[in-house]
Design a protein around this ligand. Structure first.
Ligand SMILES: NC(=O)c1ccc[n+]([C@@H]2O[C@H](COP(=O)([O-])OP(=O)(O)OC[C@H]3O[C@@H](n4cnc5c(N)ncnc54)[C@H](OP(=O)(O)O)[C@@H]3O)[C@@H](O)[C@H]2O)c1
Length: 290
């Protein structure tokens, strides 16, 4: 019997990578929904969907991810990042379904200088971070033993809007560019996060809880940009390092978003690809899509 999954927010970066990964995989039967098919803020619709399919897992890829916009409309971010998680978890609890959810480095303040592990206390400094942390707490209170939360950072993929695609566009159209060097993190290829989710749900034993996941290695946005340009052969754009106070943004960005991934690696006996290898694969796929 194939494992039956409901993927919400399926047109987003992570949702599309799960589809890419699972489409030809006979171990799974997957129902893909985005807001047009299933608005996850609506309890009655979510209940109807979950009860009409005999699901094993809900994988929630939907989120309010516009971090600066969230500063101006925290209630809207809260509706999707926390209330909707409660809606999904309530339906999952009613129907005996497990849930995999995704959270963010923004739950931390970024003041650490050693990689964050799952025991570190969240301290969000942005509206987005507060709403995502509220979502984590809602899920853990409703489904403590039947849920997994992957916290990730700096997510990119061949789809949607992300830093890699923006830097490719700017590199091709600008002569010069300033990029911050004083924020350091784990770039995360969404396909690797999709694989980590599959690893967790196919592992012979179920291990609920929070896991930190990103690609191995840590870089600044400046280093990341230089690598993106170097790998595709952009030589006409002069990239200069700058400090984040030269580019004030509405939302506070954590200065240090590096995760300790040992819990994920040990629990699921898994390896995590190094950031430049995953970046290279993503750029190759982007090139094929041209
Ligand atoms: N992007 C990052 O850098 C990053 C970093 C750390 C963690 N994360 C987390 O990783 C997860 C995946 O992020 P992502 O970048 O793949 O997100 P994304 O590309 O923004 O995709 C989110 C999807 O959710 C959909 N959605 C919006 N409202 C909905 C609703 N009411 N019901 C159902 N679906 C709805 C969106 O549709 P519309 O586009 O039509 O609104 C979109 O397709 C999220 O939990 C995010 O918080 C992301």
């Amino acid at each position: 019997m194939p494992m039956k999954l409901l993927v919400t927010g399926a047109n987003g970066q992570l949702g599309r990578e799960l589809r890419y990964l699972l489409d030809d995989d006979s171990r799974f039967e997957v129902i893909y929904t985005d807001v047009a098919e299933l608005d996850i803020t609506r309890q009655a619709d979510v209940d109807a969907c979950v009860s009409s399919h005999r699901l094993d897992y809900i994988v929630n890829c939907a989120a309010y991810t516009a971090v600066d916009r969230a500063e101006d409309d925290e209630p809207a971010a809260m509706r999707l990042n926390a209330h909707a998680v409660e809606v999904l978890a309530t339906a999952a609890a009613r129907h005996g379904v497990r849930m995999v959810h995704v959270s963010t480095d923004y739950v931390f303040d970024g003041e650490s200088c050693v990689p964050y592990n799952e025991e570190d206390a969240p301290h969000p400094l942005s509206a987005y971070g507060r709403t995502k942390w509220a979502g984590e707490r809602a899920l853990l209170s409703i489904l403590p033993q039947q849920s997994i939360i992957f916290r990730t950072a700096w997510l990119y993929s061949p789809h949607g809007k992300n830093f890699v695609k923006t830097m490719l566009d700017l590199g091709k159209t600008r002569d010069a560019l300033k990029v911050v060097y004083d924020q350091v993190g784990n770039p995360t290829s969404a396909i690797d996060l999709a694989r980590a989710i599959v690893t967790a749900i196919t592992y012979p034993t179920w291990h609920p809880g929070i896991y930190h996941f990103g690609n191995e290695g840590a870089v600044s946005w400046y280093d990341f940009t230089k690598a993106i340009h170097r790998l595709v052969g952009i030589t006409t754009c002069n990239v200069q390092p700058c400090r984040s106070d030269e580019y004030p943004a509405k939302a506070h960005r954590p200065k240090y978003s590096v995760f300790d991934k040992s819990k994920y690696k040990t629990t699921f006996q898994a390896t995590v690809p190094y950031w430049i290898d995953s970046l290279t694969s993503c750029l190759e796929r982007l090139n094929e899509l041209k």
